[in-house]
Design a protein around this ligand. Structure first.
Ligand code: 0RA
Length: 659
């Protein structure tokens, strides 16, 4: 890596140091002053955002039909190279600004898009701040362009050009290579995570079939000094993607149903199938960007599926055994889908801008999917019947669940307070200040009861492994003692609307903090996953409102010879404490106690370390955490053995370290 040249304001030597330079500088200065406004944050997420920004530009080049390969390299110093074989950023003179177009793209905010009329731009979409932001936030950046038989180059420091755009040699290819080193003054961390990059590149390869994406990690060398390397390439695109995410489930059809079509400048590509699980699994994308909150494209898809299957079932008299009409929800059980649309001017809404708003897209997707499904049902009567039977089963189960729920919920009303006998409630009746600890095991539950502040902390011990929510039919859930206790302790109930959609009734919610407290070992983390999966599936609103937390008990207690003691939550803290205590006294008398379970702490210790609001560490559960728990859980508990075994083997060494 080249040495960094000290930041300099370009000198006005040829008289063209004019308004455009000043504008560029002011723009980049604004990015450096308020990086969060441009890339969301300056933590690890923001750091990775820089890579997405650069790759998105290369993806645009692919969408325009000019780029077939994108290579990403993580260098030893955590600088990044992204190289594509597109047309290369233009290097000629920009007429208005009187400087190289390359320099304009790299130094003027939002300039990138002004050059070309590529309609399905990713950059400028949700991420969309332009590669000039990456430049502003990098202590060093180098752009290398292969174009018109030549190699051009320009270097920058914190967004400011350090050289002119100049020719370095000749070339027989075209493309853009950007190398940048994020500025440690700006970012809280500058360490790139291989898995985050790999997962996104894999996703990109499925969404853009035929595009080859590679990832090289020069920080991770094997015995022959060869860096870690992976290639992501999909010929099957969405169909392969769907098989990948559904690989632990049994599909009801031999192959996913697949359709690709476009109308009114909107390109629609969908792969979907029904499997033998009970949950819906829909991934949606707009211009390659994950729309986690769904939107009009997802609505259009669901409308088509419900409409066509309902009609097929009615026409063939397949609903005759049902006492109730199948609801929209019943058509969603066991439905997995990947929906990818390309929209010229996407409008994003919602809390995290992860929801497509363009209303015209609903009808287009609905029509495209409807035609494909109609055709499929006509051609495949056996599989069509299987799918509709699955819907009938879902409707039957929903009816049974409703009855079970009403029984349980009615009983609670009849028995007065209705609170579970195992609940040690708090004395406060104000939900905003009340906390409920869900504690693994009766013995730890007992310790927590002794250690808590009974004014605002309530304890509900959960015995053993609560019901396996994956395999159980919904009505079984409400008959399970532990789960009934969670519902009644929280004071929430589930009601159903005419569509069959379940709603969580939170009017009588009794706590605004729900803390999952399990042992810090492998079993404990499995139980946490299980409880999170339950919340994800049945009480998702509580997670979305930010009411669900995970307690973090310490992993070690280090004791020195002079009565010193310190709790430690990780290896680094432990090492630090051992070192400090050894320095101040007899090194041999430093003792490290490893806490495996909550039961190894007494009530006072549990309070000090894990429950006292002024000293504890609570982890807020995000909806992504919960979704991931659900995914891991389905894989571990699903009935397909091989992927589960592969997962456990692959993660065995992490499980040990994490414990
Ligand atoms: C502006 C115009 C053209 C291409 C690009 C930008 C471009 C930008 C990036 C960023 C990373 N890779 C890129 N590849 C291309 C069109 C150029 C033409 O018309 O020849």
């Amino acid at each position: 890596m080249e040495a960094i040249v000290e930041t300099q304001v370009p000198v006005a030597n040829t008289g063209d140091y004019d308004a455009s330079n000043i504008q560029a500088l002011e723009g980049l200065e604004a990015v450096r002053k308020r990086p969060g406004m441009y890339i969301g944050s300056t933590d690890s997420k923001g750091l990775h955002h820089l890579v997405w920004e650069v790759i998105d530009n290369s993806i645009d080049e692919h969408l325009a039909g000019y780029c077939t390969q994108i290579d990403t390299i993580i260098h030893a110093d955590n600088s990044i190279t992204v190289r594509d074989n597109g047309r290369g950023i233009p290097t000629g003179m920009h007429e208005k600004l009187k400087k190289s177009a390359l320099e304009v793209v790299m130094t003027v905010l939002h300039a990138g898009g002004k050059f070309d009329k590529n309609t399905y731009k990713v950059s400028g979409g949700l991420h969309g701040v332009g590669v000039s932001c990456v430049n502003a936030l990098s202590e060093y950046l180098r752009a290398e362009i292969h174009r018109e038989g030549k190699v051009f180059e320009q270097e920058y420091a914190r967004g400011i050009p350090q050289t002119d755009v100049h020719v370095m040699g000749t070339s027989d290819r075209t493309g853009t290579t950007i190398t940048f080193r994020p500025d440690p003054v700006i970012f809280e961390t500058t360490e790139y995570k291989y898995d985050i990059l790999a997962n996104r590149l894999r996703e990109m390869s499925y969404l853009n079939k035929g595009l080859r994406l590679t990832l090289t990690d020069e920080r991770d060398l094997d015995a022959e000094d060869k860096p870690k390397y992976e290639e992501f390439y999909s010929e099957g695109g969405l169909v392969e993607f769907l098989k990948y995410i559904d690989n632990t489930r049994h599909s009801l059809t031999e192959n996913p149903i697949y359709v690709a079509a476009s109308a009114d400048d909107v390109m629609v590509e969908v792969a979907f199938q029904y499997n033998n699980s009970y949950s819906e699994n829909v991934y949606s994308f707009v211009n390659n960007i994950n729309t986690r909150e769904g939107g009009t494209h997802v609505s259009g898809f669901r409308m088509a599926v419900t409409r066509l299957l309902r009609k097929y079932g009615e026409d063939n008299d397949l609903f005759k055994k049902l006492k109730v009409k199948p609801s929209a929800e019943d058509f969603r059980e066991g439905l997995s889908a990947i929906i990818s649309v390309k929209v010229p001017e996407p409008q994003f809404k919602g809390q995290t801008k992860g929801e497509l708003g363009n209303s015209e897209v609903t009808g287009i997707v609905s029509r495209v999917v409807g035609e494909a499904l109609e055709h499929f049902l006509e051609e495949n009567p056996k599989e069509a019947r299987k799918i509709v039977e699955k819907v009938v089963l879902a409707a039957t189960a929903r009816e049974a669940a409703r009855k079970a729920r009403e029984m349980v919920q009615r009983k609670n009303v009849l028995t007065g307070s209705g609170l579970p006998g195992k609940l040690a409630d708090c004395s406060s009746k104000d939900p905003a200040e009340s906390e409920l600890f869900l504690v693994e095991g009766d013995s730890a539950g007992g310790t927590a009861k002794q250690g808590r502040d009974r004014v605002f902390q309530a304890i509900l011990p959960l015995r053993g492994k609560i019901l396996n929510v994956e395999k159980a039919l919904e009505h079984k859930i409400y008959e399970n003692e532990e789960i009934k206790n969670i519902f009644t302790a929280l004071g929430v109930s589930i009601t159903e609307d005419e569509e069959g959609e379940r709603r969580l009734n939170l009017e009588k919610l009794r706590y605004h903090k729900i803390v999952i407290m399990c042992d810090a070992d492998v079993d404990g983390s499995h139980i946490t996953t299980l409880i999170l999966t339950f919340f994800f599936r049945y009480m998702q609103d509580l997670i979305k409102m930010g009411y669900v937390y995970i307690a973090s008990p310490p992993l070690y207690l280090v004791k020195g010879s002079k009565n010193q003691q310190r709790y430690c939550w990780n290896e680094a803290e432990r090492r630090q404490a051992v070192e400090e205590f050894a320095r101040g006294g007899n090194p041999d008398s430093v003792k490290v106690q490893r806490y495996k379970g909550l039961g190894e702490m007494n009530a006072e210790q549990l309070w000090e370390t894990t429950m006292d609001p002024s000293r504890r560490f609570l982890r807020l559960v995000s909806i992504e955490d919960a979704r991931e728990a659900d995914r891991v859980f389905s894989m571990l508990m699903g009935d397909e053995v091989p992927p589960r075994r592969a997962f456990i083997e692959a993660n065995a060494r992490y499980a040990k370290v994490d414990a």
